[in-house]
Write a protein that binds this ligand. Structure first.
Ligand code: PRP
Ligand code: MN
Ligand code: MG
Length: 183
């Protein structure tokens, strides 16, 4: 297709819906971390969380530090392998920090479950998770997630950071891919 949007079957969330929800989560997070803002560290998971981090962070009423991890849990396709590798580690020592992991989606839960355990083992004071999307029916492991934007059905979704074979991350909406894209 000429235009990326033409590869979508359905738009699940518009730009406005995404921003509205991130604004609510940001207010909630800021209130919950009252008195701890100076020790709050937002940890984004590359690459999918780039858009969520940028907009969530700017919706916060004040400053919070940011760091990034890159892990690999998927190949180029749509299925989870369950294998997690650190491709880029944090720059920051998180000892005594209040870490809030920022993610685009929890699918099987394998990636976040692994990252959370990994970060907890480094002596963080707390580790919580904020994800824009979650697929409860796709969960292979239970991940205790304090902040969830939207629960969605177990369909493959793209846009707003979420890719299919590295494409569609720059869509401003989140949607399901039309079947013809896979073939
Ligand atoms: C995707 C997504 C999450 C993870 C969720 O990342 O951004 O990080 O998979 O899947 P899970 O809950 O089944 O583990 P991906 O590995 O595709 O890398 P990317 O963020 O660079 O696209
Ligand atoms: Mn990811
Ligand atoms: Mg991906």
């Amino acid at each position: 297709a000429e235009h990326m949007g033409a590869d979508l079957e359905n738009v699940l969330f518009t730009e406005e819906q995404i921003q509205q929800r991130l604004g609510e989560l940001a207010q909630q997070v800021w209130a919950d971390y009252d008195g701890k803002h100076d020790d709050l560290l937002l940890v984004g998971v590359l690459k999918g969380a780039v858009m969520v981090m940028a907009d969530f962070m700017r919706a916060l009423p004040g400053s919070a530090a940011m760091d990034w991890m890159a892990v690999s849990s998927y190949g180029s396709g749509t299925k989870s392998s369950g294998v997690v590798r650190i491709l880029k580690d944090l720059d920051t020592d998180i000892t005594d920090k209040h870490v809030l992991i920022v993610e685009d989606i929890i699918d099987s839960g394998l990636t976040l479950n692994w990252i959370r355990t990994n970060l907890e083992s480094r002596g963080a004071r707390s580790v919580e998770i904020c994800t824009l999307l979650r697929k409860p029916e796709a969960a292979k492991v239970e991940v205790d997630t304090r902040y969830v934007g939207f629960d969605i059905p177990p369909a493959f979704v793209v846009g707003y950071g979420l890719d299919y074979d590295e494409k569609y991350r720059n869509l401003r909406v989140i949607g399901t891919l039309a079947p013809h894209v896979y073939s």
